[in-house]
Design a protein around this ligand. Structure first.
Ligand SMILES: Cc1cc2nc3c(=O)[nH]c(=O)nc-3n(C[C@H](O)[C@H](O)[C@H](O)COP(=O)(O)O)c2cc1C
Length: 348
């Protein structure tokens, strides 16, 4: 029904505008109290789906990826759609508008999106205020970054500010150094700056009476030697987990024509074309980090079989963004039903 009737209508409107309209509808839905109906329709609970990772028990392994609800506006409403966890952010210390519009583009031929949002967000404090009021007990991750005009030499201060502000209100943290849309950000993935950043955030966490898990989110466009450096640093700094991957700057193998791609311009590619590379990275990380290291797989989950592929590649949990946009509100439930069925026959 979503793909046949609703999606064609939604896809007539500019991608970012429709995102805001859907948010408004979801907020109204939250107010008129139809959440129990949505939960009945879209949630799927089964003890076989529970996952224990870095000290947290996830109700199921399918999460909403960062960027969808950057400002924690709809945690309660989105939790009705069957997610096992929701990642908010990327949040920065100060509010910032992000890049000029248009900055979100659909590539229906490729089941993909290109975005260059540029960490548009209302600032971490606005999210903290909302998190204080949330009712749902769903696991929430806080994805943190730096403001556009903060030079990399001062990036640590931005991450520390966000960490301190969010610490009491999220269940785990994600250090995001992999968005292609903030100039210079991905340089923080290089050996020395990354080592410094992760050990600093980890030490902040350990200084708390209740330390929170710290995860690193990485890009899909890293070379094997860069991945090797990251793996070494994850171990050295005792970082609790890794999220692979963010969007890609690659445009390889797309069906969408070169002219259209040129008109769209820069940005991170998400959705189907990202799946193979993301799985390759996950497989490599699993091989090098061992069977017990927590890995969250994200990138190109557009079908239930894509979700299983990610788990087979080595992901403990998965996240969706573009697939949720293309497949609609029943997507998470379908994935969870399949994972439960598959878990019965696998010994993972
Ligand atoms: C419009 C849009 C905004 C995003 N914003 C963020 C963000 O702020 N922080 C982040 O870590 N990832 C962000 N992402 C990346 C997603 O979290 C995810 O890693 C990526 O889209 C790959 O997953 P997918 O193929 O399921 O979409 C964004 C993705 C999209 C499409």
């Amino acid at each position: 029904m979503y793909k046949l009737f609703i999606r064609p209508l939604l896809f007539l409107v500019d991608g970012e505008r429709i995102h805001h309209i859907v948010f408004r509808v979801l907020r109204i839905q939250g107010k008129i109290g139809i959440q129990p109906i949505l939960r009945l329709l879209f949630q799927y609970n089964n003890p076989k789906l529970h996952r224990n990772l870095f000290g947290l028990t996830f109700q199921n392994p399918v999460g909403l990826a960062a960027g969808f609800d950057k400002d924690a506006k709809l945690i309660d409403e989105l939790s009705c759609f069957g997610f096992g966890f929701i990642e908010i952010g990327t949040l920065t210390p100060q509010p910032q508008p992000g890049n000029d519009k248009p900055r979100l583009f659909r590539l229906p031929l490729d089941q993909a999106l290109i975005n260059r949002m540029g960490f548009n967000n209302e600032g971490v404090i606005a999210s903290v205020d909302r998190l204080k009021k949330r009712k749902s007990k769903i696991i929430v991750g806080g994805n943190i970054g730096k403001n556009k005009n903060t030079p990399n030499e001062k990036a640590l201060e931005d991450y520390a500010y966000c960490f301190e502000a969010l610490h009491r209100y999220v269940d785990y943290f994600v250090v995001n150094v992999s968005s292609p849309n903030t100039p210079g950000l991905r340089e923080l993935q290089e050996k020395e700056p990354l080592r410094k950043l992760l050990s600093y955030v980890k030490s902040l966490s350990l200084s708390k009476p209740k330390p929170k898990p710290i995860l690193l989110k990485i890009a899909p466009d890293l070379s094997t030697s860069q991945l090797d450096d990251i793996i070494q640093i994850l171990k050295e700094t005792k970082t609790d987990g890794v999220i692979a991957t963010n969007t890609s700057i690659s445009r390889e193998g797309l069906e969408t024509g070169t002219d259209e791609l040129e008109t769209i311009g820069n940005g991170g590619l998400s959705g189907k074309p990202l799946a193979d590379r993301s799985n390759e990275v996950i497989r490599y990380l699993r091989e090098k980090l061992g069977k017990d290291y927590p890995i969250i797989g994200v990138g190109g989950v557009m079908s239930v079989s894509d979700a299983l592929e990610k788990i087979k590649a080595g992901a403990d949990l998965i996240q969706v963004y573009t697939g949720f946009v293309y497949e609609g509100p029943g997507f998470v439930k379908r994935i969870n039903q399949e994972i439960k069925y598959w878990t019965k026959f696998s010994m993972k």
